[in-house]
Design a protein around this ligand. Structure first.
Ligand code: MOS
Length: 716
């Protein structure tokens, strides 16, 4: 039985070090080609006709004028007459032409007649939504009525997050090319091994005829798992024209349709003892994720408060489809819960660090992790020195405050297959049908392979981003690092064992006496007895080693889990803000993020994930909102001027601290992409409340809302 365990702390030459992304230079110099950059010989460009109405039925489509436009080579109807439209921006017709301009001009000549139907696009309360309000069954735990009756203190509040939208640096889209019945798709996708099947069934060709290529991609965050209507239309245009077609979404289309993060709002009551012990929770929540109902959100977040009553109502709206957005639902649930709990602490006059610690047992298995993280985060933000009770009493218009939040995520590894080839010339390749969304996956795979084989990083070639490589899971749920690290460790260990068996006879030992270290195969405890890696590989003659490794779907969970990988992480963030009470402008001064993710493969890319999460967190905390116009049913800000994101000067100082070493490493590798985005909104909202003495109930914390909250009852 091969020993796959991770090397012990003292024996790691690459794992856990700070290693820069291997594809950094080719990306930053523009040498590597994203899907957006694909330029095939004779390639055409696709553009789409979009519905201007939020709800409608298509009555007729006339493409004849468009077909006669200069440069037009193919027209594809995407939704036939009679089909319904459920949001403005939904695709109706696609056109392929010699240039983007010609395709755009031709699309304008398509005539579509609609029967307009009533829509709802505003993020309204259920009472204002009529039959579009879909209540879910009430959920209770314990005895909430009794618990509220016996509570010494009860606080009430209303909190919420609006609908925001995906805004990946690289827009959604594909380039497609046919060779007979074989289709090649260059796709900006989180799912290289998976989307081929969707193209195949949509186009009625065998799944094996589709090859997906994604050598690099410019972000997905949960919005890029499918072939999408535009992917299929792109392939249909290419088939009709007999030429390759590229069709990437325009930025306005991207912001309209490429994935709304659902809103969640809630009226919350929390019951507690005077000493800060939390005893009861009740929430009436609602929100919209487009035309889907989703299911009841899991409130309260992280803290399993013993007595609970929860009601949730989904409101169906024509805002565009909901898609998973980095830690789906967690940031919204986190905001609602952590805001309510800090409001409780403020009412009780208790330091929130103390109150969270007092109730930390309610976080379950991760309570020790949270307690350690909370203390670390408090130390890094200088809590003792800087914290004051709610409402900054210092003179002047700039009010400062601190706010806390806790979060969790699973991050167990997905199924993954890796093939490791060792060639007689000593070169090594590892191949997986995985993808690097920009997170560092390629680098992680190289580190594990090189560590296992005792080689320098540059001696390993990593092949990913091609569906012809062994199947590996889609990159969702922060499952990639676990999935690929375990399959790569197993494949490379298996390959190495075959090589050791070839080298052992000439060294006169059994193969289990050998190790691969520093580019050599040598006898354990007697390093002078051995040979170079190349000499060992030369013994393969003309037959290369081709070994495989797999991650199966049974990922152990919980802090006590012990394997190459596991799941279940905790994180704590504390924000420090300065709020100008004359202008209402919130400035993030500092955000401390303390995060656990088990065994860290690359400290630099791990920290980079946390920085990225915090940056996205600042964006949705302070700026982002998909603003819909009820009159027209359209999105009012589908552009980079009015869909507000943070600029570099808005981010403030980010302090990242990874929990690592004994107590963490033993758990194996756990995913990290999603958790660090969860707490930022809640921590910043709590910090603003601490600064100005009053809660700004909903994100984003824009100046108008800050001023409105101050007017309603600021202490400042
Ligand atoms: Mo994620 S939002 O599951 O890519």
């Amino acid at each position: 039985m091969a020993d796959y365990r991770w090397p012990e702390a003292g024996k790691r030459s690459l794992i856990g070090k700070r290693i820069s992304r291997l594809d950094g230079p080719v990306k930053s110099s523009g040498r590597v080609k994203y899907t957006y950059d694909v330029d095939r010989p004779n390639m055409l460009y696709g553009k789409m006709v979009l519905s201007p109405y939020a709800q409608a039925t298509i009555k007729s489509i006339d493409t004849s004028a468009a077909e006669k436009m200069p440069g037009v080579k193919a027209v594809q109807v995407m939704r036939e007459p009679g089909a319904g439209i459920l949001w403005a921006g939904q695709e109706v017709v696609a056109v392929a032409a010699e240039t983007e301009e010609q395709a755009r001009d031709a699309a304008r000549r398509v005539v579509v007649n609609y029967e307009k139907l009533p829509h709802l696009v505003r993020d309204v309360e259920p009472a204002k939504a009529g039959d579009r309000a879909k209540p879910a069954a009430e959920q209770t735990e314990g005895d909430p009525d009794k618990a509220f009756q016996e509570a010494e203190v009860t606080v009430e509040g209303q909190y919420g997050c609006p609908v925001i939208t995906h805004c990946c640096l690289e827009a959604h889209g594909q380039a497609t090319e046919w060779e007979g019945d074989n289709l090649t798709v260059w796709a900006s996708t989180q799912n290289v091994s998976g989307i081929g099947g969707e193209f195949a069934s949509g186009l009625k060709i065998p799944a094996g005829n589709v090859r997906t290529l994604t050598p690099v991609m410019g972000g997905g965050f949960g919005s890029k798992f499918g072939a999408d209507t535009w992917g299929l239309a792109c392939a249909q245009l290419a088939k009709k024209a007999g030429r390759p077609v590229k069709m990437m979404l325009e930025r306005d289309h991207e912001l309209m349709v490429a994935g709304a993060r659902p809103s969640i709002h809630a009226k919350v009551r929390v019951g507690a003892q005077k000493d800060g012990t939390i005893t009861a929770w009740s929430s009436e929540s609602w929100g919209t994720g487009g035309m889907g109902t989703g299911g009841s959100p899991r409130l309260p977040y992280v803290f399993r408060i013993p007595n609970q009553r929860k009601r949730h109502t989904a409101v169906l709206t024509n805002i565009g489809p909901a898609r998973a957005w980095r830690a789906p639902n967690h940031p919204q649930l986190c905001l609602i819960t952590m805001a309510a709990l800090e409001d409780l602490a403020a009412r009780l006059g208790i330091d929130p660090v103390e109150m969270f610690l007092k109730n930390i047992g309610m976080t379950g298995e991760l309570s020790k992790v949270y307690a350690a993280e909370l203390q670390k985060a408090a130390e890094l933000i200088e809590w003792q020195k800087k914290w004051h009770p709610r409402g900054d009493k210092a003179p002047g218009v700039i009010k400062r405050g601190l706010g806390i939040s806790l979060h969790t995520w699973g991050g167990g590894g997905h199924p993954s297959n890796c093939a490791c080839a060792i060639h007689p010339d000593g070169s090594v390749e590892v191949s997986l049908g995985s993808q690097d969304l920009g997170t560092g996956t390629r680098t992680i795979i190289a580190i594990i392979a090189a560590e296992t084989l005792g080689l320098p990083l540059e001696a390993v070639k990593v092949n990913i981003g091609d569906s012809h490589y062994p199947q590996s899971g889609g990159s969702g749920g922060s499952t990639t690092v676990g999935g690929v690290s375990a399959s790569t460790r197993r494949a490379t260990t298996n390959a190495l064992n075959e090589l050791l068996a070839k080298a052992a006879p000439s060294l006169g030992v059994e193969n289990d006496q050998l190790e691969a270290v520093g580019g050599r195969i040598q006898v354990k405890g007697n390093p002078s007895k051995g040979m170079s890696w190349k000499q060992a590989c030369a013994k393969l003659g003309t037959t290369l080693i081709n070994a495989t490794g797999q991650t199966s779907i049974t990922t152990p969970t919980g802090p006590s889990a012990r394997d190459l990988i596991s799941s279940g992480v905790g994180g704590v963030q504390i924000a420090e803000v300065a709020v100008d009470i004359e202008t209402g402008v919130v400035k993030l001064e500092k955000l401390v993020a303390v995060q656990d993710c088990g065994l860290i493969i690359d400290l630099k890319t791990a920290e980079s994930q946390v920085y990225g999460g915090c940056i996205m967190g600042v964006c949705y905390a302070l700026y982002e909102e998909k603003i819909m116009d009820e009159q027209t049913g359209r999105c009012l800000n589908p552009d980079m001027e009015f869909y507000k994101l943070a600029g570099i000067a808005d981010i403030g100082e980010l302090v990242v601290h990874m929990m690592t070493g004994p107590g963490y490493d033993e758990r194996g590798v756990i995913g990290l992409g999603e958790p660090p985005v969860i707490s930022s909104g809640a921590a910043i909202s709590n910090a603003v409340a601490n600064a100005i003495g009053v809660r700004v109930p909903t994100l984003p914390l824009t100046p108008d809302k800050v001023l409105a909250a101050l007017e309603k009852g600021g202490a400042a």
